[in-house]
Design a protein. Structure first.
Length: 244
């Protein structure tokens, strides 16, 4: 487990920046996955030269300066996740987009766009992935509707050789997490009232048992609270990046 001092020294990503901080991972086949931390719920993967944009959002980065997408994944239809401006910047005629039915209805992008639903497993030419549930149970709007209703959005478990990377999307610590199987790297949102409380975050970690967890979509959450809550879980390393 890294110390708090080390965690707080990690590089930050600025708004509209073209330079991104990243972590590299190597699989059992000596392939490299680079994860770049754009901010909020937005990530970019470089898997053996294939570029995967996740929830690209033009408020966070200058997408004119970032690589075009081989793949785009959108977790749900809210504007900080489904952004047509960012999509237009990374899209090419060869880009494949994966998203929910609700996203498809709300976007003008139709070519090479594929609807995936909770529990769908998909093989691409470069990797496989599983779409998994992402929803609220506790946190709701004033009208009683969850901020993220069940079945409306997706999380994604990416399988890169032996490396399994879970990007949760906007969700709480839902019971389905118990059945997700082994997770090497997890991105979990913690941002009340829309996603998880710090206590829910810990509950999710205990269900998933990831080797590494990144809090993301963190808003104004006190990240030291997360570090303290996970201090007794020696099997999981918490890594703090600039993902407000």
């Amino acid at each position: 487990m890294k110390t708090i001092a080390v965690l707080l020294l990690l590089a930050c990503v600025g708004i509209k920046s073209s330079a991104q901080s990243y972590d590299d991972f190597t699989t059992q086949n000596e392939s490299r996955l680079r994860i770049s931390f754009i901010g909020h719920g937005t990530l970019m993967f470089d898997w053996n030269g294939k570029i995967i944009h996740i929830d690209p959002w033009s408020a966070l980065a200058n997408y004119d300066t970032l690589p075009k997408a081989d793949y785009v994944f959108v977790t749900h239809h809210h504007g900080d996740h489904l952004d047509s401006v960012a999509l237009s910047k990374v899209f090419t005629l060869d880009t494949k987009i994966y998203w929910s039915k609700t996203c498809s209805k709300q976007s003008r992008f139709k070519a090479n766009a594929f609807i995936v639903a909770n529990s769908d497993t998909t093989e691409t030419p470069d990797f496989s992935f599983i779409a998994v549930p992402a929803y609220n149970i506790v946190n709701k709007r004033n009208n009683g509707m969850p901020f993220h209703p069940r079945g409306e959005g997706n999380g994604y478990i990416f399988i890169f050789d032996n490396l399994r990377v879970y990007v949760a999307g906007d969700t709480e610590d839902i019971p389905e997490m118990k059945s997700f199987g082994s997770i090497d790297i997890a991105f979990l949102p913690v941002n009340l009232p829309y996603t998880m409380s710090p206590e829910m975050f810990k509950s999710a970690v205990l269900m998933l048992k990831p080797k590494i967890v990144y809090p993301y979509h963190t808003g104004k959450t006190n990240l030291n609270d997360l570090i303290d809550l996970l201090s007794g879980i020696k099997s999981t390393e918490i890594r703090i990046r600039s993902l407000q």
